[in-house]
Design a protein around this ligand. Structure first.
Ligand SMILES: [Zn+2]
Length: 388
């Protein structure tokens, strides 16, 4: 639509002679786009309509999008038959009759009143009501909680809307926007009398201590059932399952590690890379072969480092990484380093960096061959790693 905007504006400017519709002249509006809809406005004269027509044709030429004649309508306001006939010849749309409604609102040249917009207001209101029954984003819920305590979890029976109907709320003169504050008088409950038999449990609730002028605070109930003010970091800690860290974690996660290399090594060690043998569980196929040798099934075991290409990369770089004594296989090499002291020594850091880089670049090369048909020799790949 940005392109169409530019085309219309350019044509109006360059071709000259365009007359704006009288209601759009002040703001120089020739068209309005909304979602998939386009509205064009102009004075009913041949020159103006021709400019709009040529703009649509230019746009079709660029984008391949053509106006759907069945869905396009032209509206005339006080235009004589001769002129109407001429314009219909230029833009062969079907002729609509005014007044016309768009999204339920009448398109009027005079001022709109609230009753004119009632359809739209009802639609928005219905949408809002729907939100109550659905899971909302955290932001959305915050917005609602500020207004609707009936939907808020502020007591053990909450949300009250789960058992009090809108009819029951309105009968004693309350609304869905009523707040807890309105039900607490002089430190005691003042629930509607007719609710006594219907919702007796409400009368047994502890009365919250409300402080005038103090805003509501969002609270988080922790795993230990403790209430605390909502704070992202505290909630994150609460949600995290605390497990003992594994010995091999430091092989990939340390302050000097390169995150994308460490991530691939982390996935590979846990056999979580998306190798083709995983696909094979779902579908028996014969073409899921290793892109290096085209002989064996593409798998973690084969890739690190059974296959010739990765094995040569290992042989080429094991000296640089001081990994001569490490077993050349996916699990063995990581476990070998995990058993060593992984301090801040130069040797330990280099060992881990080179190991992770080998996993990363072999995985990258495998993907390039598989998906982009690009190839690097063992020497070229090793040079890339050595330059890091
Ligand atoms: Zn292979």
């Amino acid at each position: 639509m940005e392109v169409l905007n530019l085309i219309i504006e350019r044509n109006i400017k360059e071709k000259g002679g365009f007359n704006y519709h009288w209601g759009c002249d002040g703001l120089k509006i020739s068209h309005v786009c909304f979602a998939d809809d386009l509205m064009l406005f102009s004075q009913a004269d041949e020159c103006s309509v021709r400019i709009l027509k040529e703009s649509l044709e230019d746009f079709s030429g660029v984008s391949g999008l053509i106006p759907n004649l069945n869905k396009s309508t032209i509206y005339f306001g006080n235009v004589n038959n001769h002129l109407q006939h001429l314009i219909k010849g230029l833009l062969p749309f079907k002729v609509g009759v005014l007044p016309v409604r768009y999204l339920g609102i009448p398109l009027l040249s005079k001022r709109l009143y609230s009753k004119d917009c009632s359809v739209l207001i009802d639609k928005v209101r219905k949408k809002l009501n729907d939100w109550k029954n659905k899971f909302l984003s955290f932001d959305g819920r915050l917005q609602l909680i500020r207004h609707f305590n009936l939907y808020d979890i502020w007591c053990p029976l909450s949300p009250l809307c789960s058992f009090i109907t809108v009819r029951d709320i309105h009968r004693p003169g309350l609304t869905t926007r009523s707040t807890v504050n309105e039900i607490v008088v002089n430190g005691g409950w003042s629930w509607p009398v007719e609710w006594q038999n219907k919702f007796p449990s409400l009368f047994n609730l502890n009365v919250p201590s409300l402080v005038d002028g103090k805003r509501d605070v969002l609270m988080w109930k922790s795993r230990e059932e403790k209430h605390m003010p909502f704070c992202t970091s505290e909630v994150y800690k609460d949600l995290c399952v605390h497990r003992q860290s594994v010995q091999w974690a430091k092989v990939m996660w340390f302050s000097q590690s390169i995150p994308r290399h460490a991530f691939i090594l982390w996935l590979a060690y846990q056999v979580r890379l998306l190798t083709q043998d995983r696909l094979d569980r779902w579908e028996v196929r014969s073409d899921l072969l290793c892109p290096f040798c085209q002989l064996q099934m593409d798998s973690h075991y084969h890739l690190f480092f059974e296959c010739d290409y990765p094995s040569e990369v290992w042989d080429c770089l094991k000296g640089l990484g001081m990994l001569n004594d490490a077993p050349p296989n996916r699990k063995g090499c990581v476990d070998f380093l995990a058993k060593q002291h992984m301090g801040r020594s130069f040797r330990s850091i280099i060992q881990r960096l080179v190991l992770a880089a080998m996993f990363y670049f072999i995985w990258q090369e495998r993907n390039l061959r598989l998906f982009q048909d690009k190839y690097r020799t063992v020497e070229e790949l090793c040079k890339v790693i050595e330059k890091l």
